[in-house]
Write a protein of this length. Structure first.
Length: 299
């Protein structure tokens, strides 16, 4: 190798042996190879660290999701218990017998709640996670059992409500006509001025021609003239209940006809043994007269 300086300076020469060149090239190759290896190891470690960070973030997200699911399970359990409580209140109103097992809703398989909060158990590592997962399995079994019981109980309640609806539809519960109550149910002085007699219904006075309506659904047993009640109507409602409407001015139904609550069946009048325009209204339970005002809910 020659180094040529500026003018007036001596040229310098260096001799490089063949062995030195081989060593130089060999060392450079080794350094290059080592740099590639180190670069590969560094890239691998960076990727591994990035993967570990991603897995840690994913693990934390999964832990938060588990805590959220546990909270939702508790919310569902609470709502299911409230639903069972509301069902019991409805059954009390209906005087209905609770379905078998309804009193033990969610009472089996649930176990004791965890000693620590789920968020704390998760941070305890595998042992805490195992405890929490076992608790969630027990809670899920309890919820499944509770839902099954509640479904069965609600089916029973629906049948009870349907029976009550049918019973309500045929129970005389409204005034057949609005007017002045002139005579109540029970013993009274005879309106014809001779002693006392038992009045098996109530008398409601009003103008002739006022519509008289059916107090409940039923079948018209008779509609026409009666020696004592004049133009009258008898309706069979079911469950041994029958209603009678006397002293009508005219009737608007025929025997065998089905009527519903609120339907016009005749018009107030003064026929038969009557001292003035009024409606004689009776309710009979298995052929025995009962006080109609006990059935009227808008009294």
């Amino acid at each position: 190798m020659l180094f040529i300086p500026a003018a007036r300076e001596r040229m310098k020469r260096f001799d490089i042996s063949h062995r030195f060149m081989i060593a130089l090239w060999g060392g450079g190759g080794v350094l290059f190879a080592l740099s590639i290896v180190f670069a590969g190891v560094a890239l691998y470690l960076l990727r591994k660290e990035d993967r570990m960070v991603h897995l840690a973030q994913q693990s934390q997200s999964q832990k938060q999701e588990i805590v959220r699911i546990y909270g939702r399970m508790q919310e569902i359990r609470t709502r299911l218990l409230l639903l069972a409580h509301e069902e019991k209140k409805i059954r009390m109103i209906l005087s209905s017998t609770p379905d078998s097992g309804s009193d033990t809703l969610l009472g089996e398989g649930g176990g004791e709640p965890p000693r620590l909060a789920p968020s704390v158990l998760i941070q305890k590592g595998p042992e805490g996670m195992s405890e929490l997962m076992n608790e969630m399995d027990n809670q899920m079994l309890a919820l499944r059992s509770g839902v099954s019981r509640e479904e069965s109980s609600l089916v029973s309640l629906r049948s009870d409500i349907r029976r009550e609806q049918e019973k309500w539809a045929i129970t005389p519960s409204i005034w057949p006509v609005h007017g002045i109550l002139t005579s109540g149910f029970g013993w009274r002085n005879s309106p014809f001025g001779v002693g006392r007699d038992f009045h098996p219904g109530i008398d409601i006075a009003g103008p002739t021609g006022v519509p008289v309506v059916a107090p409940a659904g039923g079948t018209v047993e008779s509609a026409g003239w009666d020696q004592g009640y004049g133009k009258s109507i008898r309706i069979l409602h079911g469950n041994g209940i029958e209603t009678l409407f006397g002293h009508l001015d005219s009737v608007a139904v025929s025997p065998g006809e089905r009527v519903v609550r609120g339907e016009v069946i005749g018009y107030l009048g003064n026929t038969g043994l009557s001292t003035g325009p009024h409606l004689h209204y009776e309710i009979l339970k298995y052929n025995h007269p009962v006080n109609p005002t006990r059935y009227i809910i808008d009294y």
